[in-house]
Design a protein around this ligand. Sequence first.
Ligand SMILES: Cc1cc2nc3c(=O)[nH]c(=O)nc-3n(C[C@H](O)[C@H](O)[C@H](O)COP(=O)(O)OP(=O)(O)OC[C@H]3O[C@@H](n4cnc5c(N)ncnc54)[C@H](O)[C@@H]3O)c2cc1C
Length: 472
Amino acid sequence: MTDAEAQLIEKAGQRLGPKAVITDAREIEPWVTDWRGRVHGATPAMLAPGSTEEVADIVRLAAEHRVPLVPQGGNTGMAAGATPPADGSALLLSMRRMNRIRSISADNRLAVAEAGVILATLHEAVHEAGLRFPLTLGARGSCTIGGLTSTNAGGTQVLKFGTMRALVAGVEAVLPDGSVHNGLSGLKKDNRGYSLDQLLIGAEGTLGVITAVAVRLVPAIAARAVAWVGVDSPARALDLLRYLEARSDSVEGFELVPEECLQLVLKHNSGTRPPLKGSHAWHVLVEATTTKAAIDIGGQMERLLAEALEEGIVGDGVVAASEAQAEALWKLRDSISEAERTEGQTLAHDISVAVADVPKFLVEASAEVERRFPGVIASGFGHLGDGNIHFHVRAAGRAAPDWYDSEGAEITEFVHDLVTAAGGSISAEHGIGQLKRAEFARLAPPGRIHALRAIKQALDPLGIMNPGKLVP
Ligand SMILES: Cc1cc2nc3c(=O)[nH]c(=O)nc-3n(C[C@H](O)[C@H](O)[C@H](O)COP(=O)(O)OP(=O)(O)OC[C@H]3O[C@@H](n4cnc5c(N)ncnc54)[C@H](O)[C@@H]3O)c2cc1C
């Protein structure tokens, strides 16, 4: 521990009390490795403020002593953005004690949640008020509103409601100089120049600490229909999406799953069953919802799928007959990453291309990767309607312990080159963090990197906010 860190920790303890300063290595240990277990960090202390004023105190101390802070919510991020550096040169700033829902307003259709509120907790609270926060994802039981905002998270309902950027009405944040930006009024129209709120969304903790967020709400769902459909190609899957959208405005989830991923889930996740008889090269999970109890959303989905079957767009399909069946179908989709991890080493690429290009990209890129690196298995699953595919490459039988760092790095560069050539993004929804920083620097246009550095320098000239992340 450096002298500066020791002084900061002592002063923070005096001002904020023992609850807010954790130095016990065993308590800190679970939080210094990223969710995927790929990046291991270290820190002499984890600071855990309970209020915006306490965050401001800590940031001012960090600036005074030139000690960097690494903000952290649920530590479920996929780019190791919340993992401190391995040399112990930064302190963790855990936001999990700031977990109050400050208000829910049905009139404004807004909720104000502190940064450490868990997503599932917000879902439950607004549901009780007859409302819904329409962003959800597999980590909803652990990820926080601050983390979701800082990574501009997406998830499974982006098709209809957009990413966090569309759902955040404003943020409260402590800026690197210790001042507090309050954007929680949630004004629908506010044209006073640059939007600090939008700058902080997706900033991955590099421009300040988000302490609370005003999020947009929609009416609660009265019913949903969840279907599993077999198709013979990603192109047919996209045809199905457009077919459904032309006939109904209820579709809000549309997830593409290759047969190979389904088979891994069935192999590794006990209690899962094949949803359809027979085998299909590709599958789609479709979710449609309605806010009106009088609408028979399940019947509507049955009819549309039957018509799509007749038209030859889909091979087979089943609509869940109960909530339990709907959950079982979602479990098949949500368990893919876990099943792949159990199977062996997997390189994950969270990429996006234009929606219409996804089918061609998926088929061609998989074939090119498998040709260039014989023995690996490449496939993609995910949010087809958003053009966002989790393009994963598995080591299969050839997994040397250092595969990730040896051949893995080469494969990732190859995949990112293909994505860039297709006009896509190497990070669709997971952010840059530390895992993608070098690739971001290699592939982003110089003007973009220059602007990013200029913004960072202007707001955080001392470099105390999450250094080594996002900004190359
Ligand atoms: C099973 C699973 C499924 C997932 N599915 C999806 C998905 O479908 N779509 C998707 O987009 N993501 C997905 N994710 C990724 C992850 O859940 C999101 O990135 C989430 O937004 C991270 O929230 P967190 O609270 O865990 O943040 P953390 O992991 O703790 O932090 C993430 C980043 O935000 C910064 N940060 C955290 N809190 C603050 C704050 N208060 N102020 C400033 N900076 C802060 C951190 O420094 C870090 O850079 C998934 C993750 C898992 C484990």
